[in-house]
Each structure stands twice: as C-alpha cells, then as structure tokens.
Design a binder for this molecule. Structure first.
Ligand SMILES: O=C(O)CCC(=O)C(=O)O
Length: 253
C-alpha cells in the first residue's frame, strides 16, 4: 500500500503536467546554486537592462535575453537534474535534447501580455489543431522569489489540450481562469508551451528574472529564441551522456 502511495506521489508532477499543462517541484534546486547563479548573472542582467531600456523585446518593460553558459550562471545541475529529466523523458522519450537557455525579465512598468502559446507555427500547418503528443516543454526557475507584486507568469490550466480558438475563448470569457504561479527560489516550473500563458506586471524595482531551459524531441528544431554559444571548455567538462543532451552552438577555442 505504501509503495502504491509512493508511486502515486512520484507520478503526481507528471500527471499535473499532462492534465493542467504545468507542474511545480517545490524547493527542488539548491539555494547555493541559485545564489551563485544570481551573483554571477545579476551584473550581466543589469548591464543588459541598462543598454536595452528603450528596446524591450517581449512587450513594454519586458525583456528576454539568452543566458550565458559560463559558470556560475550555467551549472550542469540545472540541465541534468535526475527528477526533472525523469519527467521530461516520461513526456517525450529518452532522446530529448535541450536547445534553449534564456532569461525572461519583466521590470517596473511592465503590463499584462496577451495570453499566448510558445510556438510560432503548428507542426502540421494543414491541421493546426491536431492533438499531438508533447514534443517540447519548458523548465523554469527564478533567481528571486516570485510574488504577486513582481509579475508571476500566469497559466490557463488544461488549455494545451484544447483547440486554440476554444482555449482563447475560454480564457477571454473567464471560463478558465489564468493561474499566477508564485515561486520560491529553488522551485522548478515544468510547463507545456501550448498551455496559454502570459506575463503579468512587475510593480517592484527588482527585475523578476525567470530562467528557462527548453527541452525538445531530437527531430524538432526552430530558432524562435536567441541562444548563447557554449564555451568549448564548458562543453569538454560534460560527460558524453550530458553532451548528447545539449544542442547548442559551441564557441571556437
Ligand atoms: O516571463 C513571463 O512571465 C512570461 C513571458 C512570456 O510568456 C513571453 O514573453 O512570451
């Protein structure tokens, strides 16, 4: 009986992901890793925000920038976490690859985005609403606590399983309510990019940095977001199994 309960607990995140289009693993990543990542990345983020203040690329006062692969911004633990990969592989098979690594940072003055999905084109344009198995998903974690004040991502649960028009109508009429995802540092959000979602306003003076890794089935490719190159020395420090999971450009030595 206890084993059955353990199994049900272990599978809950995967079932939530499949049913609602997202799940959260609470307190999953180590605080030390997050703190080190934040310490390394914060000056880069502030410089970027300073030079791109007038050129937000995700709506007013909302920025996306590719994450560097230099430690401590990059840590293998973020990409090769056993439990996260168990869920990713259960959803998409053993041969998944990671192909995006970036930061979304709404800043003071940002507003609600329109509800949207994270793919630009349906896989089969002639059947845009064809119900397909998952072929990409996004794993995110925050460098600061995400509270109602600093712009939690909002997700409309279950909309990844609806035809797009129906999903949009259900959200517009509030038949399906958007759920703000508040996060502690260390929490990991695993999200189906087809579930309608939107950024919400950050009314604080601290950028809300949410880092995301996209995993895809090995045959799927698009260049929907900028990515940084991985320094050759970082690539060389990975095991062959880890290298097989990473599909990023590698910088020349
Ligand atoms: O950062 C967020 O809260 C969501 C951002 C987003 O969905 C986007 O820019 O497409």
């Amino acid at each position: 009986m206890r084993d059955v309960r353990c199994l049900a607990m272990a599978n809950k995140p995967l079932l939530d992901f499949q049913e609602n289009g997202y799940c959260v693993l609470e307190g999953h990543f180590s605080q030390d890793l997050i703190d080190a990542c934040r310490d390394g990345f914060w000056p880069i983020l502030l410089d970027y925000l300073d030079s791109h203040r007038e050129a937000p690329n995700r709506g007013p006062h909302r920025h996306f920038l590719p994450m560097p692969f230099t430690p401590p911004c990059f840590a293998p633990e973020f990409f090769f976490d056993h439990e996260v990969l168990r869920i990713v592989r259960a959803a998409m098979g053993d041969r998944v690859v990671a192909d995006q690594w970036g930061c979304d940072a709404p800043v003071h003055g940002s507003a609600h985005q329109s509800p949207h999905v994270d793919y630009q084109r349906p896989l089969f344009h002639e059947q845009p609403d064809l119900e397909l198995p998952t072929y990409m998903l996004v794993v995110s974690f925050a460098l600061v606590r995400v509270t109602p004040d600093n712009g939690p991502i909002e997700i409309a649960p279950g909309t990844h399983r609806l035809p797009r028009k129906e999903a949009l109508r259900a959200v517009e009429t509030s038949e399906i309510a958007m759920e703000p995802v508040q996060m502690e540092t260390g929490d990991v959000l695993i999200r189906h990019p087809w579930a309608l979602h939107r950024g919400s306003p950050n009314s604080t003076d601290t950028p809300r940095a949410l880092l995301s890794i996209r995993y895809v089935r090995p045959w799927y490719a698009d260049d929907s977001r900028d990515v940084s190159s991985m320094p050759r020395s970082v690539w060389a420090s990975l095991t062959p199994d880890q290298q097989r999971l990473m599909r990023f450009p590698i910088s020349p030595p």
